[in-house]
Design a binder for this molecule. Structure first.
Ligand SMILES: [Zn+2]
Ligand SMILES: [Zn+2]
Length: 395
């Protein structure tokens, strides 16, 4: 990166580390990030950034206008929430809240974006506007969706929006992204098969029995992957829960069986196909045996799909920070999911992975584990990437 930017960010580093540790000590889970949101809002205001609070409960947007006139605007997004995991790092700044910790590095994401806001507020050498988006509840509760539905991009119009996530196992100083499907759609579904039930011995021939369509459904589900999803595409469908029958009775045909599962996919068309075929199979198999089926398909997070133009800009921004040799342009898709995908459905944008580091023996503590910790070494690198992105987009 511009060495003047790097030097200036180094000057902020102790302050950024202190902010990160403060957030880390006080983890807050989805839609409960009141303290974290206030910390973010207070810091932004202190640096002269205009602040809007209370979007999707605890979301915060900071708006900064460049000193040069311009109509363009971009959004840079970080996430605020922690997880229901008990921390075991033994760090001096470890979580002070039993059973909750920042095990996905959102404390670091928030701090990197604050670092960029601080730098840009002091050096508003760009045209147009930057909106710093701090979203609540990334972990499963869809805070990103809530912000979009509450009119995020009507209130803060942007030409493009960018996200970033750290990745343990990728060395410090490396960045990675790709164009197109990057992270999976994550959906869950519940099928309830119903019949009359009956006496399993004396009246079996009089009963409609939901265990029969259930048995066919378990196998037919995998035929969706094998016979409906084109072989060059990727999809997963799995059953995680089956429940039926009362009190373990061996001789009573249940009147109801519940089966729950998850499905993952990378393309909207494949996701639609999974939803359609799961419902068709449930209904037709139930009908074939005189039963009925209720199907509840919960479209949770869509696939995260980046856009080509903004991915090229992301690559240029990261290359300016660490050199093109340290930026992976065609990272393989990952099976995780991210609710930044809702923002990418609403506006064009890019998504960058920043290396959180790896031990010399190749080991690392993964995201969502009790020994994971965000790496303070990358705070200024990440902040530098955001600054570089603003220079690319609005310079
Ligand atoms: Zn996570
Ligand atoms: Zn995360």
């Amino acid at each position: 990166m511009d060495s003047a930017v790097a030097e200036e960010l180094k000057r902020y580093e102790p302050e950024l580390i202190a902010i990160r540790h403060d957030i880390h000590r006080h983890p807050e889970v989805g839609f409960e990030e009141a303290r974290t949101a206030k910390l973010v809002a207070d810091r932004l205001r202190g640096w002269g950034v205009e602040v809007t609070e209370g979007i999707a409960k605890t979301g915060v947007v900071g708006t900064l206008r460049g000193k040069r006139p311009g109509q363009r605007a971009i959004g840079l997004r970080a996430d605020l929430d922690a997880l229901h995991i008990g921390e075991k790092t033994g760090r001096e700044y470890a979580s002070q809240v039993p059973g909750k910790m920042h095990a996905c590095g959102h404390d670091g994401h928030t701090t990197m974006l604050l670092g960029a806001a601080r730098y840009l507020a002091e050096h508003p050498d760009f045209s147009g506007a930057v909106h710093f988006i701090f979203q609540p509840a990334e972990e499963g509760l869809g805070g990103g969706r809530a912000m979009v539905e509450e009119g995020l991009f009507d209130r803060f119009p942007v030409d493009a929006v960018y996200g970033m996530h750290n990745m343990p196992g990728l060395p410090v100083g490396k960045f990675a992204t790709r164009t197109g499907p990057f992270l999976a759609a994550s959906d869950s579904w519940t099928v309830t098969f119903r019949g009359s039930g009956g006496h399993g011995g004396a009246g079996a021939h009089l009963a409609t029995d939901p265990t029969i369509p259930l048995g066919h459904f378990v196998l037919a589900l995998q035929a969706i992957i094998g016979r409906n999803v084109p072989a060059i595409e990727t999809a997963v469908a799995s059953i995680g829960h089956i429940a039926g029958g009362d009190f373990g009775s061996p001789n009573i045909i249940p009147s109801e069986i519940v089966v729950r599962g998850t499905s993952r996919s990378y393309k909207p068309a494949i996701r639609d196909l999974l939803q359609k075929r799961i419902a068709e199979l449930a209904h037709s198999l139930a009908g074939a045996y005189g039963c009925t089926a209720d199907v509840d398909y919960d479209r949770r997070y869509p696939p995260l799909v980046t856009h080509a133009e903004q991915t090229a800009i992301s690559l240029a921004a990261a290359s300016a920070v660490v050199g093109a040799a340290n930026v992976i342009a065609d990272a393989p898709p990952k099976t995780g999911s991210e609710d930044f995908s809702f923002m990418l459905e609403a506006r064009p944008g890019g998504f960058m992975i920043i290396g959180n580091g790896v031990e010399p023996d190749g080991s690392f503590h993964n995201l969502h584990t009790p020994l994971y910790d965000f790496n303070d070494e990358i705070l200024t690198l990440g902040a530098g990437y955001w600054v570089s992105l603003v220079q690319q987009e609005l310079g």
